[in-house]
Design a protein around this ligand. Structure first.
Ligand code: NDP
Ligand code: HSE
Length: 433
């Protein structure tokens, strides 16, 4: 069979890895795909640097549109990132009838509905395994392996940088700032790690997982997002003492009122699988009504792991390039004409258990006043402990039973007005999954 011709936009960490995997495993990949997969053109900014990797026999340009418009190219692989130029190239490639493979979660989280609608119209594939959890084949699992199930929830550690930082804070007792500096020194975090530490990167990925789980459009704009920048080392230590580990989780869950879509630091039981995902690794738990809980673990980023996902998508494209469009796997697991309009729930209506830490003056009546407010706002206390007082101040930590987020916020507002409360109340969610 005729080889499939690839145009590679970007030859950085993921693009370079993709080039390497396609070359080092070329024969094995051809045996699986049924044809060879060949890179025919590359777009980068620095041509000289690209030549060092791919040599002289591949066409190298600084204009991505050259690759997109090249009539010899069957599949455009977008590995540049961002949602400006990348969007123009992806949309133009689709318009040209070319298939697209991308690792760009930011693009798909913000413009995915438009991209998939255009691709549907043009009968082309858009594959994005590398966009969520890097080398873990979670898209494949959710689109195909779990297709028999009514999925009930998905919860995942889907950002390696923040998981590395949280692991360091826990194991070394480091502050957030020191752990972030370590992550940057070791090359895990970007020079500008904002999207990682503010939870935005995880929310990009979660929005895609939510669509795959529940057959709804991609709704990143409705996600509730909290990062880890304000997390204190002492809360990680207190959580530990209570038998919990703090992880940045992306959670999407089907409820009667709609779909939860939220990213935030979360206390999970220390013996649970997610609690034991260390360093920059990722893990995703998917709970289906038939299969129960399943867990997918592996490298969520990096040159070769991410390339593994990109090349798997290329093999899928190579296998299905001649198939009728209606017989390919739908972009978001559900047929485009069968998508649901289930609403994303307001965060106030989400139910969770909570960890609350209050710094208070150590005097009689303090606990009684706090307990009264919690009772008046329908919040049931699961357990509590008090730290030894220092200079007449002490920390009281409560674990609550499940409560409505709106009620918890209301209670915190009231507690905050009490004259013995010495600093803002710390609130973290607790999930037993
Ligand atoms: P890099 O910054 O390492 O590479 C980007 C590449 O794009 C470089 O080759 C760069 O060229 C090229 N490029 C940038 N701007 C232009 C332009 N205007 N015209 C032509 N080429 C351009 O990024 P990554 O490889 O890390 O990330 C790529 C994508 O993969 C992103 O969407 C990212 O979110 C996603 N991703 C990344 C993962 C990772 O582990 N890094 C994991 C999962 C997804 P030059 O080399 O000349 O500078
Ligand atoms: N910045 C991302 C992370 C890279 O830390 O997981 C992969 O998407």
């Amino acid at each position: 069979m005729k080889p499939i011709k690839v145009g590679l936009l970007g030859l950085g960490v993921v693009g370079g890895g993709t080039w390497k995997v396609l070359n080092q495993n070329a024969d094995e990949i051809a045996r699986r795909a049924g044809r060879r997969i060949e890179v025919a053109a590359v777009a980068v900014r620095d041509v000289a640097k690209a030549k060092e990797l791919v040599g002289d026999h591949i066409h190298i340009t600084t204009d991505g549109m050259d690759v997109v418009l090249n009539p010899d190219i069957d599949v455009v692989v977008e590995l540049v990132g961002g949602d400006t130029l990348a969007k123009d190239w992806v949309m133009k490639a689709i318009e040209q009838g070319k298939h697209v493979v991308t690792a760009n979660k930011a693009l798909l989280a913000t413009h995915g509905n438009e991209v998939f609608a255009a691709a549907q119209k043009q009968n082309v594939m858009v594959a994005f395994e590398a966009a969520v959890a890097g080398g873990i084949p979670i898209i494949k699992a959710m689109r195909e392996g779990l297709t028999a199930n009514r999925i009930q929830w998905v919860a995942g550690i889907i950002n390696g940088t923040t998981n590395f930082i949280l692991s360091e804070m826990r194991s070394q007792g480091l502050s957030f700032a020191d752990a972030l500096a370590d992550a940057q020194r070791l090359g895990y975090a970007e020079a500008d790690p904002t999207f990682d530490i503010e939870g935005v990167d995880a929310a990009h990925k979660l929005s895609l997982l939510s669509s795959l789980a529940f057959g709804v459009p991609v709704q990143f704009d409705k996600a509730h997002i909290e990062g880890i920048t304000t997390l204190a080392a002492e809360d990680i230590a207190h959580a530990e003492r209570l038998g919990y580990t703090v992880k940045l989780l992306g959670i999407t869950r089907a409820r009667e009122q709609g779909i939860e879509l939220r990213v935030h630091p979360t206390l999970v039981p220390s013996e649970s699988m997610l609690a034991n995902v260390q360093g920059a690794m990722n893990a995703v738990m998917v709970h289906g009504d038939a299969v129960g809980s399943t867990v997918y673990y592996g490298a969520g980023a990096g040159e070769l792991p991410t390339a593994s996902a990109v090349v798997a998508d290329l093999v899928d494209v190579a296998r299905l390039v001649d198939a009728d469009h209606d017989h390919r796997v739908p972009y978001l697991a559900f047929q485009q004409n069968a998508m649901a309009d289930t609403p994303i729930m307001a965060m106030d209506d989400v139910q969770s258990a909570y960890y609350l830490r209050l710094r208070v003056e150590d005097r009689p009546g303090v606990l009684a006043d706090i307990a009264r407010i919690l009772a008046d706002t329908s919040i049931s206390i699961g357990s509590m402990f008090q730290e030894p007082a220092v200079n007449d101040e002490t920390d009281i930590i409560f674990l609550t039973h499940e409560a409505r987020e709106g009620d918890i916020l209301n209670a915190i507002l009231k507690i905050q007005t009490l004259d013995f409360v010495r600093s803002p109340v710390t609130r973290l969610r607790v999930e037993t999954l």
